[in-house]
Design a protein around this ligand. Sequence first.
Ligand code: ACO
Length: 326
Amino acid sequence: MTEVLRSAITGVGAYLPPDVVTNEALSKIVDTTDEWITERTGIRRRHRAADDQAVSDLAVEAARKALEAAGKTPADVDLIVVATTTADLTFPATAAIVQRKLGCPVGIAFDVQAVCSGFVYALTVADGFVARGNSQCCLVIGAETMTRLMDWTDRGTCVLFGDGAGAVVLEPVAGQGANTDKGLISFALRCDGTKQDLLYVDGGPSTTGTVGKLRMAGNQVFKHAVINISESIEAALEKAGLTIADVDWFIPHQANQRILHGVANRLGLDENKVIQTVADHANTSAASIPLAFSAAVDDGRIKPGDLLLMEAMGGGLTWGACLVRL
Ligand code: ACO
């Protein structure tokens, strides 16, 4: 039988900056309440990076933990893909800065920009290298300092986001191409650029020359979320020849508890299989899936051999889902 190479996740790690901001603390700076935020979103607190912490610093911490979990060192890394929407600098790529800070050898390093869908996009991009034998040890990192993009006078957005980073190590593993083999099995990615105005940042290097602030028509994004996410999940499952009943753990992008419930209900997924960290992390954009993943590996829920379903939706609008056998 022909051997099939897959990108297997061999280590997971995460980092949250120590400063925790509660809903109560936010109610002192904008017209909001703990009750409103908790009821509408499920968020209770979020982490905020210190003024002297760049997004690459968060990424490096998460990457070190993922490498340790995989039994690897920075010297082994030949590819770094960072999913971020809050880069240290306009250029170089944050991945290049992470490579330098970790002390990895010269290799491939670049960023992927798909906002909250960034981690799912980055995993599938990295798979293009690893599953073709062009990388032996790859870091895929989702890292964000979303609090830097907030308009702190806009209560409709500033209460929703937080900072953090999560990382995985990908290595090529040979198998028979079966659904029981380790690695990334299938994915479905989408972008509908006509919905840009629903969620965007109002600045950039080639328009305003400023960083800008996040703008969101939250209730309209919400309306698209459950339908879009469910469609991409069904497409990824169909490609793999699997059903929702085969999924051991659902690791969704953590934007809003109500979206997580809505998707689980629509797909008939057992709520006990949904990894939920939105209460403690808020929306950390590209970092939220690997942060949730790492939490559930650390507490022993997710184990080798489990089938993982990851999904996200964010600015673009972008969305997507992927299936991974751990
Ligand atoms: N505190 C108190 N009241 C508030 C707050 C707040 N923090 N924010 C908004 N409100 C008010 C509004 O002003 C409005 O008041 P009005 O009726 O007097 O005008 C009322 O609450 C209802 O506002 P809505 O925006 O309709 O509230 P909704 O129930 O839709 O919840 C939310 C808002 C939480 C943003 C929700 O729409 C949501 O989660 N949307 C999806 C977000 C998402 O998934 N984003 C994608 C990823 S993010 C990325 O890619 C970067």
